[in-house]
Design a protein around this ligand. Structure first.
Ligand SMILES: NC(=O)c1ccc[n+]([C@@H]2O[C@H](COP(=O)([O-])OP(=O)(O)OC[C@H]3O[C@@H](n4cnc5c(N)ncnc54)[C@H](OP(=O)(O)O)[C@@H]3O)[C@@H](O)[C@H]2O)c1
Length: 286
């Protein structure tokens, strides 16, 4: 039995769908099964990574886990899951971390990097088998532009000219499933990027071509971006993300523009380009 955390979300949802479609026995972890829309035939368990008492039942009979958690709670939440997984006899955890855990020096370190580094250490310091996925920024960031594109053909972002080798969530999920269902991934750390680096302005140009409409780019301030993130996540998480962005924008050259080999290494094929991702997801902008 596989346990998928974040099963109602972005990466976890895709991992769940792929495991289920391939005929594996899968259990979805969610805080609210009543709200979760999950495929028929998937086992669903109510649990909260912040509440260790809920985890033994979620892990009963589980051999392998896809683990994701959010923001400033990452180290605590991943630590809770790891401790319960050790008790439950789990053999392997595939953990969603982030690029930048190793790439930044002390001077440019941010809360975001620290949260992920501590979460990784909770897993690698355990007795469990582990595989770590370190993705760059997700291409799905562009979905946040959909309302502005629909209403006014405008994209607003705090980042304009920074090259980023963004990665498609579909590719992250493919790597996670490969690591969970085949041998040879224990102790592996996969740094996951797309095959090219594009600035936000270049992404907007590609998106305009794919959608067949002229799009305008408007730069927003980091303060405006903070307000958007705080409404979506929490003030503390917004602080961490904006601090990381400020560091990136001020330090200029950055790991986010580098292409890493994790996807070809794990899957034997290149990752999706932004154009491929936008073409596959064009309906979300219509
Ligand atoms: N976004 C990026 O560009 C980026 C880049 C690099 C790395 N990452 C990593 O990827 C993560 C985000 O992944 P994602 O997009 O897949 O997230 P997501 O789907 O947006 O996260 C939502 C999921 O988190 C679950 N969740 C939230 N709080 C929980 C709790 N206390 N207990 C159990 N489940 C909880 C929700 O489950 P329920 O609501 O059903 O309970 C939901 O399924 C980041 O935190 C970071 O580690 C992101």
């Amino acid at each position: 039995m596989y346990l998928v955390t974040g099963a109602t979300g972005n990466i976890g949802g895709k991992v769940l769908d792929r495991l289920h479609a391939a005929g594996h026995k899968v259990r979805a972890l969610t805080r609210d099964p009543g709200r979760a829309r999950l495929p028929a035939g998937v086992d669903v368990v109510a649990a909260d990574l912040g509440d260790p008492a809920t985890l033994p039942a979620a892990l009963d009979g589980v051999r392998k886990v896809f683990l994701m958690s959010l923001g400033h709670n990452k180290a605590t939440h991943d630590g809770n899951l790891v401790a319960a997984a050790e008790q439950a006899g789990v053999t392997q955890v595939v953990q969603l971390s982030t690029l930048g855990v190793e790439e930044v020096d002390e001077e440019h370190d941010t809360p975001l990097g620290r949260w992920h580094r501590q979460a990784e250490q909770a897993l690698t310091g355990s007795s469990l088998g582990w595989t770590i996925l370190r993705p760059n920024g997700f291409m799905t960031h562009a979905l946040g532009w959909a309302p502005g594109i629909r209403d006014a053909s405008v994209v607003r972002s705090p980042i304009a000219d920074l090259p980023e080798a963004l990665v498609a969530p579909e590719d992250i999920a493919d790597v996670a499933v490969r690591a969970l269902t085949s041998d040879g991934h224990e102790g592996a750390v996969y740094s996951l990027t797309g095959p090219e680096a594009l600035t936000t302005r270049e992404q907007v140009a590609v998106l305009g071509e794919v959608l067949g409409r002229e799009l305008r780019f408007e730069q927003m301030t980091l303060e405006e971006h903070h307000a958007v993130l705080a409404a979506r996540y929490s003030a503390q998480t917004a602080d961490g993300v904006v601090k990381a962005l400020r560091t990136v924008l001020e330090s200029g050259d950055d790991f986010r523009g580098r292409v890493f080999p994790g996807i070809p290494q794990a899957l034997g094929r290149p990752g999706r380009t932004f154009r491929q991702w936008a073409t596959e997801n064009a309906a979300a902008f219509a």
